[in-house]
Design a protein around this ligand. Structure first.
Ligand SMILES: [Zn+2]
Ligand SMILES: [Zn+2]
Length: 366
């Protein structure tokens, strides 16, 4: 695949260019490269359009800045951002495939939002599935160790029945101010109160199990429903399945990074599956019906007489289901004609006879 040029470079603007500057640069270059114009260039015009489509949209631009061309898609499953992939899963887990990048920016690495209730860390786990599981979907158990709400106090931090009182450290504000001395002078910084973890309230009697933190290190097993059609490198988001914050609040999200085990029989290209079948020389010449292994099981394929090595046959609808859509891709069979290496005396004699017959008629030597 050809390397894509940098979008900023295409538009001739700096990374810090304003939306207005980007728009002006685009207009100017679009006039210059328009294919209808003398000296215009179709490829350059298209490239320009693609760069502008991304950089004019603040969300896509942010994704591009962070993740490059792949990030500009917004949704790693393709097909534009903001799609919901929920429902139809029997309610095992609420899936949300919407704009994952946004989520990464919103709370990855346990960054606390500057306002609102505390939010737990987002977590990521990897999962490896088989080729067929990626094609047809699967239900997998994922085990992870995480900070979860304390069972005894349900995340509140207080011994059950204990009343809450205003935090003495922050006087109920949930945040404390620090003064930091820098070469530029004193800088005031605000951070989450270390005593109440942002809630502004502390229990009169701390929980005897978690010591008032509200969380416990736990090992949890979650059932994850992998939708049919996922590909290697996809990420799923399970909202609210991440870590619980200290002192109560919203749980973070859990990201499942999917790795698909290779299957030596098949090669996947998007929704199409490719495989190779070996074909005996005589079958290739005379035609035959041969069994082909597909993800649906064995399928009979009619090979016409005179088939050459390298010929492709398409088994329509035997490929991978389209994620977020209906229908399936195709299975493409690549024929490899095998030349016999061991022959009986009789076979050799017949083949020699065949060859000499060919000689006479001029099939082989002209
Ligand atoms: Zn507790
Ligand atoms: Zn406090």
């Amino acid at each position: 695949m050809a390397t894509k040029r940098d979008y900023y470079e295409i538009l001739g603007v700096t990374k810090s260019a304003s939306a207005d500057e980007i728009k002006r640069a685009y207009r100017k270059l679009a006039m210059k490269h328009h294919p209808d114009k003398h000296g215009g260039d179709d490829a350059q015009f298209k490239e320009l359009g693609e760069a502008y489509e991304t950089l004019k949209d603040p969300q896509k631009r942010a994704g591009y800045d962070q993740y490059g061309h792949a990030g500009a898609q917004g949704n790693p499953f393709g097909g534009g951002g903001g799609q919901q992939y929920s429902g139809g899963f029997g309610g095992t887990e609420g899936f949300d495939f919407s704009d994952i990048l946004n989520q990464f920016m919103g709370g990855m690495g346990g960054q606390q939002r500057s306002s609102g209730p505390a939010r737990g860390r987002d977590l990521e786990v990897g999962i490896t599935i088989d080729f067929a599981e990626a094609v047809f979907g699967a239900e997998k158990d994922v085990t992870l160790t995480l900070d979860d709400n304390c069972d005894h106090c349900h995340g509140k931090g207080g011994e059950p029945g204990s009343a809450m009182k205003t935090c003495a450290t922050c006087k109920g504000a949930g945040r404390v101010m620090h003064v930091q001395q820098t070469i530029l002078g004193a800088i005031q910084q605000q951070s989450v109160c270390p005593t109440c973890h942002g809630s502004g309230q502390v229990p009169e009697k701390p929980c005897t199990v978690c010591g008032g933190v509200g969380t416990q290190r736990k090992q949890r097993t979650i059932k994850v429903k992998i939708p049919a059609g996922v590909d290697n490198g996809s990420t799923m988001r399970l909202p609210g399945k991440g870590a619980a914050p200290k002192g109560g609040g919203t749980k973070g999200d859990l990201f499942i990074a999917i790795r698909v085990r290779a299957d030596k029989r098949y090669e996947r290209d998007g929704t199409n599956i490719h495989s190779e079948v070996k074909l005996a020389m005589a079958d290739a010449a005379l035609g035959a019906e041969i069994p082909v292994e597909t993800v649906d099981g064995e399928v009979k394929l009619k090979i016409p007489a005179g088939t050459q090595s390298g010929k492709q046959f398409r088994l329509s609808g035997r490929g991978v289901p389209r994620l977020n859509s209906s229908g399936r891709g195709d299975h493409i069979v690549h024929v490899a004609v095998e030349t016999p290496t061991k022959m009986s005396a009789k076979q050799r004699e017949l083949l020699e006879q065949f060859a000499s017959e060919g000689d006479k008629k001029g099939f082989w030597k002209k």
